[in-house]
Design a protein around this ligand. Structure first.
Ligand code: IPM
Ligand code: MG
Length: 368
């Protein structure tokens, strides 16, 4: 079995605790011969700022470029509220996405049957929910220039962010979304605001043309982003795959996450283009939740989003679909048995710690 190189970037806050469970899972996979991983670790976010004065060091970036995949925890916290904007913890994450060319962010929102009651919506609305949000990740208002705050002659300030997309950027994310829809239910919703934004007009045109010329057998629906947010909380099961820009994807994926019961459940994969020569693609996997400084260091965090993100790495980077299925089944089993971290526990129900949850998932995998 070829050895795969993984770079672990736990980051800040609960990122550190949840990544510890991934480390244990990797040790189990290596020991049982299901996989062969070699891991390296480095700092990102506030912890990197404390050590190097920037949100990610050049050395860590080099390791990320060389790894077969990167596992990312979370960044940020009140401790770094006043660091310079360029060195804020989030800058490390954004640089990884940009420099590795990770334009396609896959955020599946799956409601495990055992958790339907943890959702803020009624059980019948979310039970069996399985949607995939495909978020464009290296363009749009996150990276558009100019991006600045200038002082006007009057002394007043003016802030600018720039929303910008090119045909090529829209085409490639549309193809990722259509390819996923093809192996799912054959339905793609494309979400933008063409009624207000030029980038929305182009987005809609380009997605329509990719559909017509390359995926005519699939169903494409256009939906305004505000309506999409509303429909997601009204009847979420009408969706299969949703494709959208960077900022709408950020918001809609948080909405979708909560439908599943907790932000602590949602994994994600960020993928680059496939290299025509090697067939490989750069990739980073991370939970959708943040660093949750309020509960950091207390063993309260839910490791499932991060474990499931590692499951996506097994699937999308390492071709280990069987191990990924086994991991998903183990998570469902543990939840089915009633094990809950605090974020998904019903009022009055006993909650287990981060490491108890991690250990239970690994044990269920072992016994599968
Ligand atoms: C996410 C996060 C990030 C984003 C932050 C931490 C920069 O909210 O991955 O959804 O806005 O993309
Ligand atoms: Mg977000």
């Amino acid at each position: 079995m070829a050895t795969q190189k993984l770079l672990l970037l736990p980051g800040d806050g609960i990122g550190v605790e949840v990544m510890a469970e991934v480390r244990r899972l990797i040790a189990f996979l290596n020991k049982s011969g299901l996989a062969s991983f070699e891991t390296e670790e480095d700092l990102v976010g506030g912890s990197a700022y404390d050590a190097h004065g920037k949100a990610i060091s050049e050395d860590a970036m080099k390791r990320a470029q060389e790894a077969d995949a990167v596992m990312f925890g979370a960044v940020g916290g009140p401790k770094w509220a006043d660091v310079p904007y360029e060195a804020r913890p989030e800058a490390g994450l954004l640089r990884l996405r940009k420099d590795l060319g990770l334009f396609a962010n896959l955020r599946p929102a799956v409601c495990y049957p055992a958790l339907a009651d943890a959702s803020s919506l009624k059980r019948e609305l979310v039970e069996g929910l399985d949607i995939m949000i495909v978020r464009e990740l290296t363009g749009g208002v996150y990276f558009g220039e100019p991006k600045e705050i200038v002082t006007l002659e009057s002394g007043e300030k003016r802030a600018v962010d720039t929303q910008v997309y090119t045909t090529h950027e829209i085409e490639r994310i549309a193809r990722v979304a259509f390819d996923l829809a093809k192996v799912r239910k054959g339905l793609l919703h494309s979400s933008e605001k063409h009624n207000v934004m030029k980038s929305g007009v182009l987005w809609k045109q380009v997605v329509t043309s990719v559909h017509k010329s390359e995926y005519p057998e699939l169903k494409l629906e256009h939906i305004l982003a505000d309506n999409c947010g509303m429909q997601l909380v009204r009847t979420p099961k009408q969706f299969d795959v949703i494709v959208c820009d960077n900022l709408f994807g950020d918001m809609l994926s948080d909405v979708a996450a909560m439908l599943t019961g907790s932000l602590g459940m949602l994994p994600s994969a960020s993928l680059g283009a496939t290299d025509a020569k090697t067939g490989k693609r750069k990739a980073m996997y991370e939970p959708v939740h943040g660093s949750a400084p309020d509960i950091a260091g207390k063993g309260l965090a839910n490791p499932i989003a991060t474990l499931a993100s590692f499951g996506m790495a097994l699937r999308y980077s390492f071709g280990l679909a069987e191990a990924a299925d086994r991991l998903d089944a183990a998570i469902a089993e543990v939840l089915g048995e009633g094990l809950r971290t605090k974020d998904i526990a019903a009022p009055g129900q006993n909650a287990v710690s981060t490491s108890d949850m991690g250990a239970a998932v690994i044990k269920a995998m072992e016994q599968a």
